[in-house]
Design a protein around this ligand. Structure first.
Ligand code: NAP
Length: 254
């Protein structure tokens, strides 16, 4: 039977790449983001390429109405969702003290409260069917002291680890995906054009690779997926290195 995947942040970057990959796998899709035109364009492209069924759900996930619309889709008993991918996100300048506090609150909501609410909505039906997959797109920065972004992602990793341990035996796999720097719209949206992010070339990943490796890790039931050997090495070393050194390294790049 064809299963349905709901992807937040599907209008761009990693979310778009997951949508392409899961459409090729034969899933029905629900694409969520604010930019309805971009979602419709992607839906049309995927349909031309043979996607079974693509639904567009335009929603601002930092607003109550947006969260309610997606929650309602996730809890519709007539159209169960087998895979939830929480990819919506954005970055802020690292200088917390000068950031607008309301921007910080929206940032915290989108990275942590929204995945938590969407998981809470979808889990009962997944557990009743003893089958489901949840991917929470966190970040390799979750092991670094790096402003509120890394702190939000660290919360998401720990929550996913707990949820995977709790629910895997009941048929639901929860995986925190922790990519390093990946070419998407993320940095341009932060006002950093391609090539001006202050990050060496060898640290960049491409979205298709992140998606391939993370889906392979999900198949294996892993709680945490860190795509690429180089970022797995960084992930391990970061947890062993002295905290002062990590704080200095974490100040680099954006
Ligand atoms: P991206 O290309 O900028 O995509 C971000 C997506 O989030 C877009 O589809 C955007 O769509 C959506 N979004 C932003 N605000 C939203 C809101 N209020 N409501 C609903 N959707 C919203 O960036 P990306 O790199 O693919 O980011 C995906 C995830 O990967 C994020 O959680 C990010 O933190 C994480 N990540 C990225 C990198 C990297 O280097 N790129 C590294 C590690 C982790 P609309 O604007 O249409 O709403």
């Amino acid at each position: 039977m064809t299963s349905t995947s709901l992807i937040t942040g599907a209008s761009s970057g990693l979310g778009t790449e997951y949508a392409r990959r899961l459409a090729r796998r034969g899933d029905r899709l629900v694409l969520v983001a604010r930019d309805a035109a971009r979602l419709e364009q992607l839906a049309a492209e995927l349909t031309r390429e043979g996607a079974v069924d693509v639904e567009v759900l335009s929603a601002d996930l930092t607003c109550f109405e947006g969260i309610a619309a997606v929650t309602s889709r996730l809890t519709d008993p007539a159209r169960p969702v087998a895979t939830l991918i929480n990819s919506a996100g954005f970055g802020l300048p690292l200088a917390f003290e000068t950031n607008d506090i309301e921007d910080e609150v929206r940032h915290l909501r989108l990275h942590d409260e929204v995945p938590m609410r969407l998981m809470h909505a979808v889990l009962p039906s997944m557990l009743a069917r003893r089958s489901g997959t949840i991917l929470n797109i966190a970040s390799a920065s979750a092991v670094m002291p790096r402003s509120t972004y890394a702190a939000c992602k660290a919360w998401l990793v720990m929550f996913s680890r707990w949820a995977n341990a709790q629910y895997a035996s009941r048929g639901v796999i929860v995986t925190a995906v922790c990519p390093g720097y990946t070419h998407t719209d993320f940095h341009a949206r932060l006002g950093l054009p391609k090539g001006e992010e202050g990050i060496p070339n060898w640290l960049w990943l491409e979205a298709p690779r992140v998606v391939t490796e993370s889906l392979r890790d999900v198949e294996r039931g892993k709680a945490v997926s860190v795509p690429s050997r180089r970022y797995r090495a960084i992930w391990t070393l970061a947890q062993l290195a002295p905290s002062g050194l990590m704080a200095r390294l974490a100040e680099r790049g954006r």
